[in-house]
Design a protein around this ligand. Structure first.
Ligand code: ATP
Ligand code: MG
Length: 221
């Protein structure tokens, strides 16, 4: 489903060069729920961003669903992300001056050939799935942290992506809300979505199929 071959990522700033990812060879299988763990600064977000084509590796290649994607132009990449990938972030990344409905609709607006009636049906159906049917016209500032993350999940799944990439999705939530979000992700995984999640929470990681451990940019076996 996702295959990284000899991936390296170097960040170059004026003062220092950081090898954020060092010779990563990794395969995520279809239907897997994998978690990525490791100390702060070890490269977890970089790895997830490279898997999700939000960032390009300095060397090496990324294949998603068998297609080599690392040498495509940004417009093609954006289209590929929109069709195949759903993203969830620790700080939700919602648009504050749009309602729940409008936030969830956004990914569909980049797709051709979906009528507004069909958009509405899909939006209401994913909002029901995440338990937010009663919050359609709320703004993000009127929601709890857990509710905001559920809006972000609805937005991530509205386009029916095969893969969800989540960077510490429970990081800003208390433990009860964190478990609720985890249950939702596990349900999506049961329905067939491949998920890769960065987490600091060992208990949540233990619920996934596989824990990928990173240290200083390298995979730990
Ligand atoms: N845009 C950037 N420019 C320069 N260096 C960067 C950049 N992004 C990340 N880094 C460096 O790359 C390394 C890996 O960062 P990354 O954000 O992937 O870590 P992380 O494991 O996600 O950490 P955390 O648990 O704190 O989120 C760090 O040393 C970081 O300083
Ligand atoms: Mg990070």
């Amino acid at each position: 489903m996702i295959e990284l071959s000899n991936v390296e990522k170097v960040y170059q700033t004026k003062e220092i060069e950081t090898l954020a990812l060092n010779q990563i060879n990794l395969k995520i299988e279809k239907g897997e729920f994998a978690s990525i763990m490791g100390p702060s600064g070890c490269g977890k977000s970089t790895l997830l961003n490279v898997m999700g084509l939000l960032d390009m590796p300095s060397t090496g290649s990324v294949r998603i669903q068998g297609e080599k994607v690392t040498n495509r132009k940004e417009t093609k990449l954006a289209e590929f992300r929109n069709q195949n990938l759903g993203f969830i972030f620790q700080s939700f990344h919602l648009v504050n001056d749009l309602t729940v409905y409008d936030n969830v609709e956004m990914p569909l607006l980049y797709r051709k050939g979906i009528s507004s009636k069909e958009r509405k049906e899909r939006i209401m159906s994913v909002l029901e799935k995440v338990g937010l049917s009663a919050r359609v016209h709320h703004y993000p500032s009127q929601l709890s942290g857990g509710q905001k993350q559920r809006v972000a999940i609805a937005r991530a799944i509205i386009g029916s992506p095969e893969i969800i990439l989540a960077d510490e999705p429970t990081g800003n939530l208390d433990s009860r809300m964190g478990h609720e979000i985890m249950d939702l992700l596990m349900e999506l995984n049961k329905e067939g979505t491949t998920i890769v999640m960065v987490t600091h929470d060992e208990a949540l990681a233990q619920k996934t199929n596989r824990i990928i451990r990173l240290f200083d940019g390298s995979l730990v076996n």
